[in-house]
Design a protein around this ligand. Structure first.
Ligand SMILES: [Zn+2]
Length: 98
């Protein structure tokens, strides 16, 4: 039983409504993750599995390049998210990742 339903009593009318809402949310957004407290559609668990030290040398370089582009972008309030995305795409393209 998911943590989402922990301490909920099916015989309690208020809990019954919460259980129904939880079930509807799981239908819409996928199973609830107790680990991150989010539904599957918004889960970020897999992002936390990416650790810089575990990456290959090529991926460490890409990670650092993306990080550098984001730092420059964050310090320039005039650029759009689209600009950042295009710069990342351009860098990936140059490295033959795309
Ligand atoms: Zn998760």
């Amino acid at each position: 039983m998911s943590k989402l339903y922990e301490n909920l009593d099916e015989n309690n009318p208020a809990h019954k409504v919460i259980i129904e809402i939880n079930k509807k949310n799981e239908e819409l957004y996928g199973p609830y993750h107790s680990e991150c407290g989010l539904f599957q559609a918004y889960c970020e668990c897999e992002f936390h599995e990416i650790r810089f030290n575990n990456l290959s040398e090529a991926n460490k370089e890409i990670y650092s390049d993306i990080e550098t582009l984001i730092i420059y972008w964050a310090n320039d309030g005039t650029k759009t998210a689209g600009t950042l995305t295009r710069r990342i795409m351009y860098m990936l393209n140059k490295k033959n990742v795309l």
